[in-house]
Design a binder for this molecule. Structure first.
Ligand code: FAD
Ligand code: NAP
Length: 532
């Protein structure tokens, strides 16, 4: 089992109950995954806390009480620590240990797994619970190592915290991490200079302490609520839009968008109408609404203009939720540099130099994101049947069957892999779904003395074609997003997650399982009984 975030922890819990012997590895020193690594100021969830948590144990749901609508990183980490303690999930995990390689032996129908500490373990199954957003990425900027002061990546934030008081701080990146941290860093720093390449659409989170009565009411109907979440399109309850943005008059549209803006929900705006993610004209009405909001909030019209996203449709890069993001640009100590107009040339010992000026800095924050979805799967050297490397197989982009497995790599399961709804939905729901499916699959194999399960090339080809086809109906491929791999130079431009929605996806994976794992080849064990 590789990884001990939301996915790895739950997988330990479920697979242990099958009676399997588990060896877990986790690169971090503790459990929590995303919430262990991303400790930058302002880090919080943007799916509501009461929805962004496990549903597998009703007693856990009843005993844990979130304090805020959108919980902070420390609170989410406390929750995951609590889960690990409550279900005794740490005992099989080696921390501060990174899996560096895994090699399949067809003769033995086993994986040989190697770590950076020199451990070697022979495993029947490998479960990659490595996360979609765990391979943090520094920007490729000349001179990055020459800077005299400290540099920090939001995804590897120091655990002791960082005191920016009185410092001249530069931030590169205005995705969710930048947008959450910039308002808080601006309150500390003497001067904050934000280097923005692409302005993003962000909406106010309207975060607040949770009302105890509302929490009690939710707990009272937790089971029904969870079931409805699992049956929803994105793992959160948003009423499905019925009409086109272009079928209503301007006043109606404005009041719908106003309500979405005020709702403080991630999917509120894009779920306002049924064509915002497929029709550029419809999308433009929502984009223009947000641009107007920016102009209302930001005092300097030129700064407001620079902050206004153009050139990619709203929602085609991951939407963001913020607290006081745009208003932060009204502060005297905050400067916005448009590095599309005046690109960064290099990082110097003294700061950041663009084509027009050098900005002297005491510290630099890289809010530059991740080698998403494929990065954590391709960093280890994984070789499958016939010695084929996963890196070679995926050279033109990831290929999976259902985002759970890849042909040529038997008995290797991926939790929320490329080709599954994963990052487009509430990930707590997606993770539980995958772990449940993998657990049921392994139980099925055990009952029948099956040694190996492998996705067939045909089923994988069909699935990849379907994933691409569904994406092609949408506006997503128009954006240079991390969904498309566009944030990593040289990465193949492929829309990686599955945008067909949870209901369709659930029906598919359930039907595959119900039909004896149709689309997979199942091979009996070479030994009389499978060696656990
Ligand atoms: P992770 O939490 O990423 O855990 C994977 C673990 O695997 C990591 O700890 C990593 O160290 C370990 N690992 C990776 N490779 C190796 C290796 N080779 N050897 C050993 N260990 C390895 N999603 C939502 O749905 N809602 C949100 O509000 C939300 N907020 C987010 C906020 C931030 C700042 C970020 C970065 C992501 C957010 N996400 C959110 C996505 C989030 O990643 C998932 O919700 C979820 O936490 C993923 O859990 P996971 O266990 O799959 O992966
Ligand atoms: P991100 O969305 O990929 O944003 C990275 C930012 O850095 C972008 O603005 C990018 O610009 C910029 N950048 C990268 N390289 C650059 C360079 N060389 N020069 C200038 N700018 C550069 O990463 P993230 O903000 O860490 O978020 C990643 C994902 O994690 C999110 O989309 C979300 O799924 C999750 N997350 C969620 C939350 C939350 O609110 N709960 C918080 C943080 C993260 P371009 O856009 O031009 O590439």
């Amino acid at each position: 089992m590789v990884g001990a975030g939301f996915a790895g922890l739950y997988a330990h819990h479920r697979l242990r109950a099958l009676g399997l012997t588990i060896q877990g590895y986790e690169a971090a020193a503790g459990v929590g995954g995303t919430w262990w690594w991303n400790r930058y100021p302002g880090a919080r969830c943007d799916v509501e806390s009461m929805d962004y948590c496990y549903s597998f144990a009703p007693e856990l749901e009843q005993e844990w009480t979130w304090s805020e609508r959108y919980a902070t990183q420390p609170e989410i980490l406390r929750y995951l620590d609590h889960v690990a303690d409550r279900f005794d999930l740490r005992r099989d995990i080696e921390f501060e240990t990174r899996v560096t390689a895994a090699r399949w032996s067809e003769a033995e129908q086993r994986w040989d797994v190697v770590t950076d500490r020199g451990d070697r373990v022979s495993a029947r199954f490998v479960v990659m619970a490595v996360g979609c957003l765990s391979a943090s990425k520094d920007p490729e900027i000349q001179g990055i190592d020459t800077f005299r002061g400290p540099t920090y990546h939001t995804g590897r934030w120091p655990h002791e915290g960082v005191d920016l008081t009185g410092l001249r701080v530069g931030v590169i990146g205005t995705g969710s991490s930048g947008i959450q941290s910039i308002p808080l860093m601006a309150q500390q720093a003497a001067q904050l200079t934000v280097f923005q390449r692409t302005p993003n659409f962000t909406m106010p989170a309207k975060n607040a302490p949770l009302d105890p009565d509302a929490v009690a009411a939710r707990k009272a109907r937790a089971r029904e609520h969870r079931q409805a979440m699992r049956e929803s399109r994105a793992g959160v309850l948003v009423p499905p839009p019925q009409e086109s943005a272009l079928s209503v008059d301007t006043a109606t549209r404005q009041s719908t968008y106003e309500a979405a803006w005020e709702s403080g929900t991630l999917f509120g705006m894009i779920a306002s109408y049924n064509d915002l993610l497929v029709n550029p004209d419809a999308n433009e009405t929502a984009a223009e609404f947000v641009r107007r909001k920016i102009h209302e909030i930001v005092a300097d019209p030129e700064v407001a203009d620079r902050l206004s996203p153009r050139g990619h449709p709203l929602g085609t890069k991951r939407p963001c939720l913020d607290t006081d993001y745009y208003a932060t640009y009204n502060r005297d100590n905050v400067t916005l540099v448009d590095v599309r107009a005046t690109p960064i040339v290099e990082i110097t010992p003294a700061g950041i130099r663009t084509t027009t000026q050098e900005y002297e800095l005491d510290a630099i924050v890289f809010a530059t994101g991740f080698d998403a979805m494929t990065g954590p799967l391709l960093r280890p050297d994984i070789t499958g049947v016939g010695g084929v490397a996963l890196r070679d197989k995926w050279a033109a982009g990831p290929r999976t069957f259902l985002g759970l497995a890849t042909a040529g790599f038997p008995n290797l399961f991926v939790v929320t892999g490329p080709g599954s709804p994963s990052v487009l939905v509430n990930m707590a729901v997606a993770i539980e779904q995958h772990v449940d499916w993998i657990t049921d699959c392994i139980a099925y194999l055990d009952e029948r003395n099956i040694g190996a399960i492998e996705a067939t090339v045909e089923s994988e080809d069909d699935w990849v074609a379907h994933v691409n086809q569904v994406a092609s109906y949408t506006l997503f491929p128009r954006a240079n997003s991390w969904y498309m791999g566009a944030n990593v130079p040289g990465k193949p431009r492929v829309f990686m997650p599955y945008i067909g929605g949870l209901p369709r996806y659930t029906e598919t994976i359930e039907s595959v399982a119900a039909n004896g794992y149709r689309g997979f080849e199942l091979r009996v064990s070479p030994t009389a009984t499978v060696r656990r």
